[in-house]
Design a protein around this ligand. Sequence first.
Ligand code: IMP
Ligand code: MG
Length: 169
Amino acid sequence: MIRRIVYTEDEIARRVEAMGEEISEVFDPEDDLLVLGLLKGSFIFLADLVRHIRVPLQVDFLVASSYGSAEVSSGDVRLLYDPGASLEGRAVIVVEDIVDSGTTLARVIPMLEERGPRSLDVCALLHKRLTTSAPEPRWVGFDAPPEFLVGYGLDYGEHFRHLPYIASL
Ligand code: IMP
Ligand code: MG
């Protein structure tokens, strides 16, 4: 079922630690940092990432879902769960597991921008580099191969999220 391991547990841990350190350099306590995870795929990455960020922060989550199987690429993305955390005047980091077509970010970022954050950045663990139209993440863990990846939060039909490494199917 699993073809090969693409990123080992150790490689991921080292990269996520480095990303947390980079993020820690950028923000101050006054930024009122909010780390906003896109569920479900980002849950493990976010959990590891925030433990390497050394400025005070809050965590919240959003669930975005795509509809319209007939128009997959037009990508009607909706917020299915939105805790409505105030973004006004805050530094916000949206945490995404993987940028594929970029549709999710292209829809979610403008919606969040309307809520008046002081800054709005994207931190993605993986980027397939298939798109240039999506908002460019400020931090990317790995440029991923154009394969279907699972593990470390990423699923195939809700399976494999628990794997501590990232593999291709
Ligand atoms: P996008 O909107 O096309 O960029 O897709 C983003 C979402 O699709 C990600 O947050 C994942 O949930 C899912 N996705 C895209 N590629 C993969 C993959 O290779 N493995 C698992 N999920 C993926
Ligand atoms: Mg996802």
